[in-house]
Design a protein around this ligand. Structure first.
Ligand SMILES: Cc1cc2nc3c(=O)[nH]c(=O)nc-3n(C[C@H](O)[C@H](O)[C@H](O)COP(=O)(O)OP(=O)(O)OC[C@H]3O[C@@H](n4cnc5c(N)ncnc54)[C@H](O)[C@@H]3O)c2cc1C
Length: 398
């Protein structure tokens, strides 16, 4: 596509978050240009696609893996704030309608599951008492969390190890295909009039009177009414071009996948303290993932991959006989408090953030698109975003 001379909004970063923001803006009638650098290590293409609004916000998804890897003796992983759990819950609820809309609009099936749920496996007593405290803390607002006995686990999913105490089931924590979701949102935005330009790395922003007036990329420059920073783990670099500091840090996730197995081999999405395991629609089993505060390298280490595989075999012994097909890694956009950075930057009148999706950017994408688009257009977001504004970090830079 050819670069336009002007767009109401330029969105920098064409991952799941930038594409969702572009889609929400375009369907509200704004003229949008979406610029993407096609950078290796993009989180969306590396992701597992879990829609684990409860499991992740309660610290029982990647949170527990991070915690185990840090070997923080005696402590247990902590849940994220309730406000964020509500945000993820509401975002997750948008998937069924979004899936239908995107299928109609651009013919892509994003493979959004509706009934699998997430099962958190509990191996020992300390995990068991931690899990009971978490269930009590979460309350009953977010669906029926259930404790499953070993017998129930065997009945529901016979391949899961018998060597465990019990499990917590999170109904509604399903999965999607993250790459198809990203592609569908991007094409959906274009179907509503947006212009997408690949390999367009943004390297400068021109400011005038507290406004960004022009964006410079490898594919040319464009004048604009507003700019959205959706550059994921590279979000701090984009903010820096506008002389703004935000604390985004890459958090590497290494992940592996098996040869395709018969669909339905695994009946639940599984989370354990060593790894998570989910079977995609085409049969491959994804086993993820390390959670490492890192640099921008996308290396895959033999020892880390072996640990993930060992964790998967512990949870599902039959995986011992399965062939691994691929391993890769991606960079999550991490923030110090593990919450996203959304909405207007105080320093400029027309610069907005949509980054910091960390380990829940896929499930958060639909609502993130909605609230950031509303904020850019001067409308009231349908979910309050005060807790996610960048200026909560101001003291770091004072
Ligand atoms: C291994 C792994 C597993 C995960 N599993 C899950 C999961 O199961 N569920 C879940 O909800 N989340 C998961 N996540 C997290 C989720 O993938 C991320 O939070 C989400 O993808 C972030 O999306 P994004 O669009 O912000 O970033 P990205 O997908 O990284 O997109 C950022 C984009 O910005 C572009 N960019 C960078 N610099 C520039 C520039 N200068 N100019 C123009 N463009 C630029 C890049 O090319 C990139 O395409 C996982 C992440 C990893 C790594």
């Amino acid at each position: 596509m050819v670069m336009r001379k002007f767009s109401d909004v330029v969105v920098i970063g064409g991952g799941v978050i930038g594409s969702s923001v572009a889609f929400s803006l375009a369907r509200r009638g704004a003229s949008v240009t979406l610029l993407d650098a096609s950078t290796p290590g993009r989180a969306t293409s590396a992701s597992a696609g879990g829609l684990w609004s409860l499991g992740e916000s309660l610290g029982l998804g990647c949170g527990v893996i991070l915690h185990t890897s840090q070997k923080d003796a005696g402590a247990e992983p902590t849940p994220l704030p309730l406000k964020f759990m509500d945000f993820l819950w509401e975002s997750n609820l948008l998937f069924p309608k979004l899936a239908t809309e995107l299928l109609t609009l651009c013919g892509i099936n994003i493979e959004a599951e509706s009934a699998t749920g997430l099962l958190y496996l509990i191996y020992d007593e300390s995990q068991e008492s931690h899990a009971s405290r978490i269930i009590a803390w979460a309350g009953s607002d977010h669906g029926a969390l259930e404790q499953w006995t070993p017998q129930r686990i065997r009945d529901e999913d016979p391949l899961i190890t018998h060597n465990l105490r019990n499990a917590i089931h999170f109904p509604g924590d399903n999965q999607v295909n993250p790459i198809l979701l990203n592609e569908a949102l991007k094409r959906g935005a274009c179907a509503k009039g947006a212009c997408f330009i690949a390999e367009a790395r943004v390297h400068a922003l021109r400011c005038n009177n507290r406004r960004i007036v022009e964006v410079y990329s490898d594919k040319g420059s464009i004048s604009c009414g507003a700019v959205v920073n959706a550059a994921g783990a590279w979000g701090a670099q984009i903010a820096k071009l506008a002389n703004i500091e935000i604390p985004i840090q890459p958090v590497r996730g290494q992940i592996i996948c098996t040869e395709p197995l018969h669909p339905g081999t695994l009946r639940s999405n599984l989370s354990t303290r060593d790894c998570y395991i989910l079977q995609k629609a085409h049969g491959e089993i994804i086993i993820g993932s390390t959670t490492e505060y890192s640099d921008f390298s996308t290396k895959v280490r033999y020892e880390d991959i072996c640990n993930l595989a060992a964790g998967a075999i512990r949870a599902v012994p039959a995986l011992r006989n399965v062939t691994l097909k691929r391993s890769w890694s991606g960079l999550r956009p991490g923030t110090p408090d593990e919450l996203p950075i959304l909405g207007p930057a105080e320093e400029l009148e027309n610069f907005f953030h949509a980054t910091g999706g960390f380990r829940t950017g896929i499930v958060a994408a639909p609502l993130t698109g909605e609230v950031v688009a509303a904020s850019v257009l001067g409308l009231k977001p349908k979910f309050p975003i005060e807790s996610f504004l960048a200026h909560r970090f101001q003291r770091i830079y004072d």
